[in-house]
Ligand binder design. Sequence first.
Ligand code: PBG
Length: 349
Amino acid sequence: MASILQTLTGSFSANDPAPAQTGAVFPNVRLRRLRRTPAMRALVRETHLHPSQFILPLFVRPGVGIRQSVSSMPGCAQTSVDECVRDAQAAAAAGVGGVILFGIPEHKDAIGSGASDEHGPVAEAVRAIKEAVPSLLVITDVCMCEYTDHGHCGVLHGDEVDNDATLALLAREAVMHADAGADIIAPSDMMDGRVGAIRAALDAAGHAQIPIMSYAAKYSSAFYGPFREAAESTPAFGDRRSYQMDPANSDEALREVAQDIAEGADIVMVKPAGAYLDIIRRVKDVTGMPVAAYQVSGEYAMLHAASERGWIDLERAMLESLVAIRRAGADIILTYFATTAARALMASR
Ligand code: PBG
């Protein structure tokens, strides 16, 4: 039976009687009435994009005055710390809520020693950005793949990524980031137990107040292609299917998310975003946690490539893709469009 409210409003879901039985049908109901003018559409809009909930990914490398563009990601670059601060300032000026930093170290080795180098590009960038723009949230990606010479997200035992041996290294990296002044720690490695290990290490180091945003449901995705050029983190052999999730799975995403929450995650992330909107919705509905979604490099590259060919309008497609991610249930969006989208939203006000 339809409720009185449903009858009055004419709203119904798949399980309710057909709209005809609620009495609210054409010609009494004309859904186009509320679509006639921009003001009318704005009045009934259900989902809004807020630049304060965008996070801009940045790639930091050693050196000074370096801005090396990433060919598959127009508008994105690997930069030295000084240039990275400029990008952070521009993002903050546009109202973007935060940045997430990825490091490209001077040297790579089998155990990814550079990951916990307190004078590495990430640590230096954290300090420089916090000094230049204190109000901008600085998040650090915690993983080994940019730092290992084999490009995997953990240390190897034979040809396999050794889960438990990797945990201590991730924890050390996270503590180093927090010591440098990071506001939020974001582990993206997909080792089991890493949120708990990082939480314990942060607490022991006096960083009990630093939140963890875990890449909780991170899929083994072809859409990460351009990022691996940007972060120089392509695996030297094999792939990441033994630690990242199978794109065919949805129930498993809820188990991953539940594990991370049990271990102390404060924000849970779904990644990629566009092809995983169903996962975002399930995670939001089931957990009620702050949910982040990562619109990844391949999603960004595809929109740019199609617009370069004149096949789609970049600005419209960008804003539509972002609002779809919000509508699916994400509170926070990590996107290479962050500054551009924030400016577009400002201009449209
Ligand atoms: C590191 C990491 C990756 C991304 C974010 N963190 C790459 C990967 O897992 O291969 C992908 C981001 C993107 O494609 O934009 N583990």
